[in-house]
Design a protein around this ligand. Sequence first.
Ligand SMILES: Nc1nc2c(c(=O)[nH]1)N[C@H]1C(S)=C(S)[C@@H](COP(=O)(O)O)O[C@H]1N2
Ligand SMILES: [Mo]
Length: 315
Amino acid sequence: MLIRRPADILPSEITPQDVYRHRRRFMRDAGALALAGSALALGAWPRTSMASVRKLEPLLPSEFSTDEGLTEIESVTSYNNFYEFGTGKTDPMTHAHKMQVRPWTVSVEGLAARARTFDIEDLLRIAPLEERIYRLRCVEAWSMVIPWVGFPLSALLKEVEPLGSAKYVEFVTHYDPEIMNRRPIIDWPYTEGLRIDEAMHPLTILSVGLYGQVLPNQNGAPIRLVVPWKYGFKSAKSIVTIRLTENEPATAWNKAAPQEYGFYSNVNPEVRHPRWTQATERRIGELRRRPTLMFNGYGDQVAHLYQGMDLKTFY
Ligand SMILES: Nc1nc2c(c(=O)[nH]1)N[C@H]1C(S)=C(S)[C@@H](COP(=O)(O)O)O[C@H]1N2
Ligand SMILES: [Mo]
């Protein structure tokens, strides 16, 4: 893992005093992070748009949080998939600071009576912010446990009053070829989709932070989806458009490799990826492999959504 030493940090990158004090207090409170007091404390916070490093509060705890041990914040913010900034795990940490996350708007459009564009500051007030400690299971067979900060996507969708004809929700993410990958790994911009009942499910959140602070750019600032029972790639980062549609939207990974990535992409230990098993996973920070759970362990809450569907066909 890349950790920049204090000597590498330009004075211009050092955060304003009050922000820094917040950060120190946060780190002290979160003693388990073992960052506070370390000589690396200043350098350990990975590069991000420094203006956006700030604490989010108050946060409501969630009944949906897991009590499993948290993945260290250093891993959460340095081992990322954000292909717009490169395919290496530390590429997003190194390059995502180039993305300007203010001003930012999200257009909620399509089949809705009150479709409109929201400013990010208004989105932060759509619903009380909650801390949701969720597992995130990447299709590459690693997983993390992350204390997200966010609010249910359903709260935003209700604001725009979806029409009865809206059966799916499409997510389009930010793409700026000036600062992002131009190689056609996927058909940019990165797009994703959910069925409307999946989008309205209380577990599905829009996240604006993690570990009590504003989302680092590499994790999808300023707003990203988190759908904890699906493989990580469904959790689209840096969203600019949310579109209610009648038909199933095309998704970036499905277009790129349809045999490997389906529309549903529910975590399923019984459906292997053509190139590797999905039966086990490695929790980042651990050496052992653990069994992967159906629906990433969220089956009690979500299995009913797929009643009668063959999940091997609809993978
Ligand atoms: N726009 C965009 N969103 C994305 C990706 C991406 O490459 N681009 N990668 C996905 C994948 S594969 C995973 S596992 C998660 C990782 O989220 P994290 O880096 O916050 O852990 O983001 C998802 N969202
Ligand atoms: Mo992933």
